[in-house]
Design a protein around this ligand. Structure first.
Ligand code: HEC
Ligand code: HEC
Ligand code: HEC
Ligand code: HEC
Ligand code: HEC
Length: 353
């Protein structure tokens, strides 16, 4: 089964890549257009372009230098929980066909585990260009734990994995009801911030959102996969200042770095203020994540229990961790990041930040 899927996937990739050669493959086979030089070479005004093989090679090189090349051993090979749906390239591509267990319900109702390979794989071409990844890219629609996003374009393929992985309203409810026995933490959610929908919100407070960022056509891909000089989408995935004009400059004319108007400094200062308020309220001396949960470390070095941390302190801790580790210090959605920090500070201290 796995072999069949692999072969089918490779075919799809090769076919789609071959379909992408914009004219360059036709060198020499096109009917003369009258602007050719005597020796048969193209005149300089013909559009330059990479052959499909050249494009495949540069894209493969970019990808193989990115963090996506490798999978984390000990995480990607945990199909009985849902870790493999994001951490294993194969697991992701088949995630809509098999029934993964969940972290808190290991095993699930899954009887298709023989489909699983013996070896773990990175987030490779197959992961994004076949199965679930290809479906998300084509539909622009993806179900996240807190909302269904239907306008993400090609970026829908990024959002499933980079969602933050928590149903934040449900986690809030559980904590508010006093039913929580552990502290949930956001599992790295640029999409939770960018969409303006996945942070931990108080139902009765107002949260703003920078709509221009949240509604970018192709979302993540518009900024993280700029079009190169050779006319294909860059596959390094990390932000590169060399493309800042393309990613930001169309709206923020003349922008030179991501710290626009000192925004990143402002967020960092807000994070410090919020953390101090959390420590003052709970007596904790440190805040981090460990073994799948948020840790409020007490003065004796022991983690505080949920009885010792109020709802307001928990929401503040969650929001702190969310904004601190979503990757952009709030640039993904500036107004939402500010709201998350300001509102949790207000609820915690009764004062405006
Ligand atoms: C199948 C899940 C999955 C998909 C799909 C995915 N990512 Fe990732 N991404 C990861 C994981 C896991 C890491 C962490 C890799 C590591 O550190 O080993 C990561 C890391 C990153 C990083 C950090 C830098 C790096 O390269 O290590 C960036 C930026 C990133 N992804 C952007 C994207 C974008 C943009 C997309 C969509 C085009 C995307 N990702 C799609 C799982 C995914
Ligand atoms: C919904 C997708 C998703 C699922 C499910 C998921 N992860 Fe992740 N995980 C990610 C992404 C994306 C990153 C990389 C975040 C970044 O670098 O910005 C990551 C990072 C990590 C890291 C490195 C960062 C750290 O916390 O030290 C570990 C370890 C990890 N995940 C463990 C797990 C385990 C264990 C499971 C299953 C119980 C799991 N993940 C399930 C998406 C997921
Ligand atoms: C408006 C442009 C923009 C959009 C849209 C965008 N990002 Fe980012 N992203 C950034 C910037 C800017 C940074 C910070 C880069 C830096 O500091 O070098 C960043 C940082 C990150 C990082 C951490 C970088 C690293 O190398 O570890 C990850 C992961 C990431 N983004 C993923 C995503 C995902 C997934 C999406 C879609 C949900 C997305 N981004 C949408 C601009 C954007
Ligand atoms: C993390 C997800 C991801 C991975 C991994 C990935 N791609 Fe892509 N790829 C994309 C996205 C998103 C696009 C843009 C689609 C669009 O704009 O409609 C794309 C576009 C392309 C294109 C069209 C280029 C263009 O702009 O005309 C080719 C060819 C391609 N990828 C090949 C590959 C190959 C080969 C690999 C493996 C070495 C690979 N991709 C790995 C997400 C990915
Ligand atoms: C589609 C247009 C568009 C793109 C592309 C875009 N932005 Fe924005 N951005 C806006 C709008 C509109 C606002 C809200 C109004 C304002 O504050 O200017 C905003 C707000 C911001 C803010 C908050 C400013 C403040 O002081 O409140 C920052 C920071 C920011 N953007 C950075 C970036 C960066 C960095 C990029 C590229 C990685 C980027 N933006 C890409 C339109 C865009």
């Amino acid at each position: 089964m796995r072999k069949f899927i692999l072969i089918a996937s490779m075919l799809v990739i090769v076919l789609s890549i071959v379909g992408c050669g914009n004219g360059a493959t036709d060198n020499g086979t096109e009917a003369p257009t009258g602007n050719e030089t005597a020796n048969g070479n193209e005149a300089p005004d013909e559009p330059a372009g990479l052959s499909p093989l050249e494009m495949t090679n540069v894209i493969t090189t970019e990808w193989s230098n990115s963090g996506k090349q490798f999978a984390m051993a000990g995480v990607a090979d945990r199909p009985a929980t849902d870790c493999a749906s994001c951490h294993d390239g194969f697991g992701f591509s088949v995630k809509n066909e098999i029934d993964f267990g969940t972290q808190w319900n290991p095993g699930g109702a899954n009887d298709d585990m023989d489909m699983f390979p013996e070896h773990i794989v990175g987030i490779d071409c197959q992961a994004c260009h076949t199965g679930a990844g290809a479906e998300y890219m084509a539909s622009g629609t993806v179900d996240l734990p807190y909302a269904t996003i239907d306008n993400a374009g090609a970026g829908a393929s990024c959002m499933f994995c980079h969602s933050g992985r928590r149903n934040t309203p449900a986690v809030f409810e559980e904590y508010a009801a006093g039913d929580a026995t552990r502290f949930s933490y956001p599992h790295y959610g640029p999409a939770a911030v960018m969409t303006g929908l996945g942070g931990m919100e108080y139902p009765d407070m107002e949260y703003k959102s920078t709509g221009a960022h949240a509604n970018l056509q192709d979302s993540c891909v518009s900024c993280h996969m700029p079009e190169t000089e050779d006319g294909y989408k860059d596959h390094s995935f990390t932000m590169d200042l060399a493309y800042i004009d393309q990613a930001c400059g169309t709206c923020h004319v003349g922008i030179e770095d991501y710290n626009l108007n000192g925004f990143v400094d402002e967020i960092q200062a807000m994070l410090d203020t919020l953390k101090e308020a959390i420590f003052a309220e709970t007596g904790a001396v440190d805040l981090y994540s460990s073994r799948g949960q948020l840790v409020f470390e007490g003065p004796d070095g022991e983690p505080l229990s949920t009885d010792e941390v109020s709802l307001e302190a928990f929401v503040a801790g969650y929001s702190y961790y969310e904004v601190k580790y979503e990757g952009s210090y709030g640039i993904h959605n500036p107004a939402y990041a500010r709201s998350l920090l300001q509102n949790s500070y207000k609820a915690l201290t009764g004062e405006d930040m």
